[in-house]
Design a protein around this ligand. Structure first.
Ligand SMILES: Cc1ncc(COP(=O)(O)O)c(C=O)c1O
Length: 399
């Protein structure tokens, strides 16, 4: 009897007849988790359609949770179709793999996010896809570099670590006029600072990609990427590659981003405000040769930022005076207490990383001193300022 009871229990707990009443309504979307999607009959299975969001086929290709997040990111980006990926870097890889084949060339800004450049240098090169790095601050040089093999141009604003803000509209126009697909890494703008599909002069990028890891998550606890397009044919090309590569995201991660999206604009504005206050304060310090923040006059590309953006992310870099050696700047970074040492940005904790930018570029950079990047979190700005002050004093004394 006991055995029979166990067997009955297993089956009846798996195939339980209870279904909660329909009609539950809340503002918060439900979280649906499944690998297998159940079809009501074989006709429905045979009629499955995973290309459009008219139904469900398999967990990897969409659940109510991931479809909901895709639609909200499409709205955030001002696009119409979004795909989700397990990281921002995977989103970059999807664009590359979907659009490039052996013999093609991709052009990447020299100041782009480093791992995207490494992907080109390594995997893309192994597969016979060539790349060149262009100066994002010179749209004419991009126009000159585009040749018959060029099939994709990456854009990024601002440049990684050195924060130069390019003339995005001019770069997108060059790609469009040459008939080459343009893809923007829009992680910094996050869909808040500017509209990637309506740049000044009405020009649009073809694809906007984001590391949702940063602002859309905002918690520092999720890795996710998105790829958004407006053109249906382009989206389908990306979607086929997405399906073939099997890059889905988990419902719990999608849930975390869905939970954070309603506060995105408020968080972005608060981090923007705090970052500008700190950047302006640092600009007055004798230890600092230059502050690199696209919204501060005098920063590289400030006029382009002004023409393109209505806000800025909470991210900036400083160039230390060249009289300080790398070890001395490291001592400053080590002396910080609230700023934690680590990569990424847009989370609640302020972060700091020292860089040797000369080693990160194919062309020499203008900066002789050590560059340190700050990501501003949600701590009180006066506490962050006091932390910077005590660390400058601890590392450099009175200069
Ligand atoms: C500009 C930019 N793009 C893409 C990424 C990659 O995002 P993830 O860390 O989710 O792979 C990052 C991460 O630092 C980034 O800063």
């Amino acid at each position: 009897m006991a055995h029979r009871r166990t067997a009955d229990l297993a089956t009846s707990l798996i195939h339980h007849p209870y279904a909660p009443p329909a009609g539950f309504v809340s503002e918060q979307p439900g979280v649906f988790k499944a690998s297998t999607v159940i079809f009501p009959n074989t006709a429905a299975l045979r009629a499955r359609n995973w290309k459009e969001k008219t139904g469900y086929t398999y967990g990897l290709h969409g659940t109510p949770t991931t479809f909901t997040l895709e639609e909200r990111i499409a709205t955030l980006e001002g696009g119409t179709h979004t795909l989700l990926l397990p990281s921002g870097l995977a989103a970059i890889a999807l664009v590359d793999l979907a659009l490039l084949k052996s013999g093609d060339e991709v052009l990447i800004p020299d100041n782009a996010y480093g791992p995207g450049k490494e992907l080109a240098r390594n995997e893309l090169a192994h597969w016979g896809i060539t790349h060149r790095f262009y100066d994002a601050m010179d749209a004419d040089s991009l126009a000159r570099m585009i040749g018959p093999e060029t099939k994709l141009v990456w854009l990024e604003a601002p440049g990684s670590v050195t924060m130069e803000f390019p003339d995005l509209a001019a770069l997108a126009r060059v790609a469009r006029d040459k008939g080459v697909t343009s893809a923007l890494d829009n992680t910094w703008g996050a869909g808040v600072a500017f509209d990637a599909f309506a740049l000044p002069g009405g020009v649009a990028v073809d694809i906007s990609m984001q590391a949702l890891t940063k602002y859309p998550s905002g918690g520092g606890d999720v890795l996710m990427g998105s790829v958004t397009a407006r053109d249906e044919a382009l989206h389908l090309k990306l979607k086929f590659a997405h399906m073939h590569l099997g890059w889905g995201v988990g419902a719990n991660d999608a849930e975390l981003v869905l939970r954070s999206l309603p506060t995105l604009a408020l968080r972005y504005a608060a981090q923007d405000r705090a970052a500008r206050t700190l950047a302006e304060w640092l600009a007055q310090r004798s230890e600092i040769a230059r502050v690199l923040h696209p919204a501060l006059p005098g920063s590289p590309g400030f006029a382009h930022w002004q023409a393109t953006c209505s806000a800025a992310a909470g991210l900036f870099s400083v160039v230390f005076d060249s009289r300080y050696a790398s070890e001395e700047v490291d001592a400053f970074v080590d002396a910080l207490r609230l700023f934690r040492i680590g990569y990424s940005w847009a989370g609640p904790v302020s972060l700091v990383v020292p860089y040797h930018v000369q080693t990160m570029r194919s062309q020499p950079t203008a900066y002789a001193g050590v560059v340190v990047r700050f990501s501003i979190g949600f701590e009180a700005v006066e506490d962050l300022l006091a932390d910077l002050q005590q660390a400058l004093q601890a590392a450099f004394g009175d200069g």
